[in-house]
Write a new protein. Structure first.
Length: 181
């Protein structure tokens, strides 16, 4: 069964936030081969029990009061481009979120939320190229030199510190930030 399309999180399987599972969705009552395993903000606990289809069509939000990204973090709490309220709602209520060490931020650019590409360490940043490395360096505030070089080498996709990479839906520019535990 093909997963629903998510404009702002185009491949939630590769980012590890949707996995194959025979778990029955708490929202629709169906076992649809995939389940969301990221954060769920809701009045009740919904750990690993909401299917991507109920996220995509908004029924998980409507029926369970669930959101998948803190709406205050979309646009980085004012650090990046402001986005229209309907886009904030789409990211928060109808898009799989991602897990970070601290409160997640959703990069925005060109007046739109960006696509979440995934977590990245040193190796993944090098593979994405110099622009991705420059974006993360800028987010640290570190100038070129030994302190930045050490930080870059320490970046770990599955450890700490970690980079979070996004791509603008309008111009394709890469953006993101880093954090640690």
């Amino acid at each position: 069964m093909a997963l629903p399309a998510f404009k702002y999180h185009p491949d939630p399987v590769s980012t590890g936030h949707v996995v194959q599972s025979d778990t029955e969705c708490v929202c629709c009552g169906k076992a649809r081969e995939f389940i969301y395993i990221g954060h769920v903000y809701a009045p009740e606990e919904y750990d690993r029990c909401i299917c991507p289809w109920c996220i995509a069509d908004g029924s998980a939000h409507d029926k369970l009061g669930a959101s998948f990204t803190d709406d205050a973090g979309i646009g980085g709490g004012g650090m990046w481009d402001q986005v229209p309220e309907e886009i904030v709602r789409e990211v928060a209520y109808r898009t799989p979120g991602f897990s970070g060490w601290q409160q997640e931020q959703w990069w925005s650019h060109c007046g739109d939320a960006a696509q979440f590409i995934g977590r990245a360490g040193h190796k993944e940043l090098k593979a994405l190229g110099p622009k991705a490395i420059a974006v993360i360096q800028k987010s640290t505030g570190l100038a070129d030199g030994p302190e930045w070089d050490e930080f870059l080498r320490a970046l770990d996709k599955d450890g700490s510190p970690t980079a979070y990479i996004f791509r603008c839906t309008k111009c394709g520019e890469l953006g993101g930030y880093q954090d640690c535990d």
